[in-house]
Design a protein around this ligand. Structure first.
Ligand code: DAT
Ligand code: MG
Length: 142
């Protein structure tokens, strides 16, 4: 296993529920260290660009509406096997199917409002981190 980086987003529902701290604490406890953090209220074009891969899906409009509803917390997380580890901590896309104790089982209400985003591959993680962070906004934690 290698040290990797992944992109995590605490979505508007997570921010609204006041679980930013709990989510970041969980990542730290599980060995995923933030190397970049910022809050953003995404503009429509930013949410559309981020989720461009889903633009033909029937839920795309709803997804963009939701992601622009309020501020999000965007993080680059670093750790062993970070991409898979983050997906494991998040749980399944549909919270009804998410394993007990995962972030989506704990905090999400439905498939459309599922509290957290996590990159699905190392390749997409690199693209997604670049989408939100410039080099000077990322830090090495050794
Ligand atoms: P994930 O976020 O687990 O990577 P995804 O990439 O398939 O899931 O989809 C991106 C987001 O789109 C997902 O977090 C919530 C929304 N979404 C996916 N499938 C959906 C559906 N069937 N109905 C409504 N929203 C959906
Ligand atoms: Mg995805």
């Amino acid at each position: 296993m290698a040290i990797e980086r992944t992109l995590s987003i605490i979505k508007p529902d997570g921010v609204e529920k006041n679980v930013i701290g709990k989510i970041i604490a969980r990542f730290e406890e599980e060995g995923l260290t933030p190397v970049g953090i910022r809050m953003a209220h995404l503009a429509r074009h930013e949410a559309e660009g981020f989720y461009a891969v889903h633009k033909e899906r029937p839920f795309f409009g709803e997804l963009v509406e939701f992601m622009t509803r309020g501020p999000v917390v965007v993080m680059a997380l670093e750790g062993e096997d970070a991409v898979a580890k983050n997906r494991e901590i998040m749980g399944a896309t549909n919270p009804a199917e998410a394993a007990e104790g995962t972030l989506r089982a704990l905090y999400a209400t439905d498939i459309g409002e599922n509290t957290v985003h996590g990159s699905d591959s190392a390749e997409n993680a690199a693209i997604e981190i670049k989408y939100f962070f410039s080099d000077v906004q990322l830090f090495s934690r050794g």
